[in-house]
Write a protein that binds this ligand. Sequence first.
Ligand code: 13P
Length: 258
Amino acid sequence: MKKRPFVAANWKMNMTAGETRAWFEAWASLAGTEEADVVVCPPYTALAEAARRAAGIAVHLGGQSLHWEDAGAYTGEISGPMLADAGCRYVIIGHSERRRYFGETDETVQKRIAAAVRSSLRPIVCIGETLAERDKGRTLDVIRLQLDGGLAGLEEETIGGLIFAYEPVWAIGTGRTATPEQAQEVHRAVRGRLAEKIGKAASGYVIILYGGSVKPANARELLRKPDIDGFLVGGASLEAASFGEIVKESIRAYKEVN
Ligand code: 13P
């Protein structure tokens, strides 16, 4: 039995409070998205507006990152308690853009996961290879290193509650999606590595998302694969209508394979 689809929007550095209000107004007019778990990750400055709009509807909120300390002299940073206070239940950790532009490493990923858990935020942990790594045939090695580094020292129970997002760097914002077969190969390897850490049964419950140029036109074929449980969507999530279509295509694929 496949898991109910989990579809998250990563708005990255887009969307003012006003645009957020308009997005939620458009979302409210859509029907048929109820049979999926839907999460929106706005920029910090739009969280208050998003929290007002998401109250009472089946959309949960997530942060796009967090600091590993709960408070202190870290100018420009946001902590787990702040995200929880702003209405977040989830937080993205280790996105490839943060690894590439802001010096995030597997070690800081591990520290941020621990901080998120302290604040009862459910981490969405991102992993993925670059094009050069894929071309050298190193994809599965890179994924394994990121998993082993990011999860080092975490308890089995913590690992079992994480959500993972496989986002091949070459597919992000490029319009070049991984084929369902390419994505499934990595998702299967992720679940296999998790099985070695927390046992096969527990690994079966872990939600593993795909991200990278997900659109209404390719969501269904991807979600039909056995180890793909949902999506982390960038560009196509900025319009409520296209994000809604991705959610609906996911629900359709889920019903087809169950
Ligand atoms: P795109 O959907 O714009 O390729 O972005 C994917 C992503 O990075 C989501 O976190």
